[in-house]
Design a binder for this molecule. Structure first.
Ligand code: FAD
Ligand code: SIN
Length: 542
């Protein structure tokens, strides 16, 4: 099989991967260069679709403070956020925001040139910076991607999917296997440091705000490699995704910032309902608003509730939310005159690969940053706009860490000291799996049994169905194409969510169990580690 060597491999080109590549390139001498591989086009990611913004705690906003931001984050996290990690990330926000500005990110400003801040749920201050009104992700990823393409130290490979990590018998990561979905070729890449920036698992669910690539790949790869995976039961459902019909599955987000600017949640007849659920009404923590909408939908036997943004002055609304108003208009909704049909959708993965703020995981040489990682910042429920902040702070800290790490040159590793058992070269391309149908069945199962509300009976049924899905898919395949790798990863990630949800016999943050509806006195993390049974490893490879 073809092989090559790089000092650092970064997998994923969202905010975390792009920013890490630029920081590493500008701050460390890496003689074998940086490989940035990404399974679609450069910049295609969850990050690209971020709307609301990024938290900038004290940036030109003297009323705010790190302490207040930490307090809000810990409160939303329902007792499971790590205070030290939160403090650290919050304190670093000013530095990274300035850095993003230096990399060309053009945050929105008022007529006097001061940055405009917005408000989102459960924040006690207007501390969120945005770009192009509601196109923050596009603003950040396109500025960073442009710099990456100009950087001679960074080799970008698009349409390339990391399929397996190379783990040596001393339990360190030596690189990965990459599959190029255009050429159908596999390649071994050896590296001194391997960074997963592959995002979350939103595509596990029937309704999601996440684009197609959010299939939990990094989490599945790291689990197969023996890394500790943490808090996977905490999947955040965003309350307000555009719900045109039950058939519209990949749902366009209607940013929380619309509620931050004053929009109200209503029934079809215009009646408001949030005061029944929380004193902060529309700006209650995200899990509370999601359950409130879900409950109203169930009581009224409807597929959606409505967001009334007409209470915001028309020209301000259009100026502030150009992307949202355009998408709604294309679907026949004039947001200055009509309420927007909305319903919850899977949005963010609080759990993931257990990692430090510098991205270190339980496997040496393997790093995880951004949504794929679980640093302890988000606890049981992420505070809005904290994730882009976490992506950039962790990429920044990773660079700092690696600059002192004395990286050895990447080495070609003899097959027999790799734990990875067998390498296959050519995917069997017969179309005997209808992958989109298989994915759809899994997504339906996860939505119905492992969704906004859970109970033991539903979770056990999901576990049983998943075993069936796995054995049906396993058969004798030696090597997959891109869709099949993704489906394999989704099965692994789904298993982790189900197992963790079964383990947590309480309701906390986004994990809501109808059979254990109170919170235990002590907050503990759920951790899963692959027991590396031979059949599991075979499943991971074939
Ligand atoms: P991603 O941006 O998801 O990037 C992952 C990358 O990895 C992609 O390029 C993907 O193609 C690649 N990849 C995945 N698997 C593989 C593989 N096996 N091989 C190769 N490449 C792979 N957060 C905020 O803070 N503020 C917001 O306003 C906000 N709005 C949001 C709006 C929407 C619609 C969504 C979906 C999310 C939003 N979030 C927001 C969450 C936030 O965008 C994400 O958590 C964050 O951007 C994740 O960044 P990341 O770099 O970790 O991962
Ligand atoms: C939004 O704009 O509502 C999304 C913000 C986030 O997920 O942080």
């Amino acid at each position: 099989m073809k092989h090559s060597e790089y000092s650092v491999i970064i997998v994923g080109s969202g905010a975390a991967g792009l920013y890490a590549a630029l920081k590493l390139s500008s701050q460390i001498n890496l003689p074998d260069g940086i490989l940035l591989l990404t399974k679609s086009n450069l910049g295609e990611s969850n990050s690209r679709y971020a709307q609301g913004g990024i938290v900038g705690v004290v940036h030109q906003n003297p009323q705010d403070s790190v302490d207040l931001h930490v307090k809000d984050t810990l409160k939303a996290g329902a007792g499971l956020s790590d205070e030290k990690v939160t403090q650290y990330i919050s304190e670093a926000s000013d530095v990274v925001i300035n850095d993003l500005i230096n990399f060309g990110v053009d945050f929105d400003k008022d007529d006097s040139g001061n940055i405009n801040f917005t408000l989102e749920a459960a924040h006690s201050y207007r501390r969120i910076l945005h770009v192009g009104g509601d196109a923050t992700g596009k603003g950040i990823t396109s500025a960073l991607a442009k710099k990456v393409l100009d950087d001679k130290n960074i080799t970008v490979v698009e349409n390339a999917i990391a399929t397996e990590l190379l783990i040596s018998t001393d339990n360190s990561c030596k690189g990965l296997i990459m599959y190029n979905s255009l050429t159908n070729e596999h390649e071994i890449i050896y590296s001194s440091a391997t960074v997963l920036a592959t995002g979350g698992v939103g595509q596990l669910y029937k309704y999601t705000t996440n684009p197609a690539g959010a299939t939990g790949d990094g989490i599945a790869l790291a689990y197969n490699a023996g890394a500790i995976i943490q808090d996977m039961e905490f999947v955040q459902f965003h309350p307000t995704a555009l719900a045109l019909s039950p058939e519209s599955k990949n749902r366009f987000l209607i940013s929380e910032a619309v509620r931050g600017e004053g929009a109200k949640l209503v029934h079809q007849n215009g009646e408001e309902f949030m005061s029944k659920y929380h004193d902060k009404r529309e700006l209650a923590p995200r899990d509370v608003v999601t359950r409130a909408i879900y409950n109203e939908m169930q009581m009224m036997h409807t597929d959606n509730m409505y967001l009334n943004a007409t209470v915001i002055e028309g020209s301000k609304l259009l100026r502030r939310f150009p992307t949202i108003s355009k998408c709604c208009k294309e679907n026949g909704i004039d947001i200055t005159k009509m309420s927007i049909p909305v319903a919850p959708a899977a949005h963010y993965t609080m759990g993931g690969i257990k990692a430090t703020v510098e991205g270190r995981t339980s496997i040496s040489g393997l790093y995880a940053i951004g949504e794929v990682a679980s640093t302890g910042l988000h606890g049981a429920n992420r505070l809005a706009s904290n994730s882009l902040l976490e992506c950039v702070v962790c990429a920044y800290e990773l660079t700092d860490y690696l600059s002192f790490a004395n990286l050895e040159a990447p080495k070609i590793i003899d097959d027999n000291i790799l734990k990875t058992i067998k390498l296959y070269e050519v995917p069997i391309s017969e179309n005997d799996y209808n992958i989109s149908k298989l994915k759809q069945n899994l997504k339906e199962l996860m939505w119905n049994n492992v969704g906004i509300l859970r109970n033991e009976t539903g979770l056990l049924e999901a576990k049983k169905c998943l075993e069936k899905f796995k054995s049906e898919f396993k058969r004798n395949r030696k090597c997959f194409n891109k869709d099949e790798y993704e489906y394999r990863n989704m099965l692994i990630a789904a298993e982790l969510v189900i197992e963790s949800a079964l383990n947590r016999k309480e309701s906390r943050g986004a994990h809501s169990r109808t059979d254990y509806n109170s919170m235990l006195d002590t907050a503990t993390h759920t951790q899963l580690i692959s027991i590396n049974k031979k059949e599991d490893r075979e499943f991971s490879l074939c």
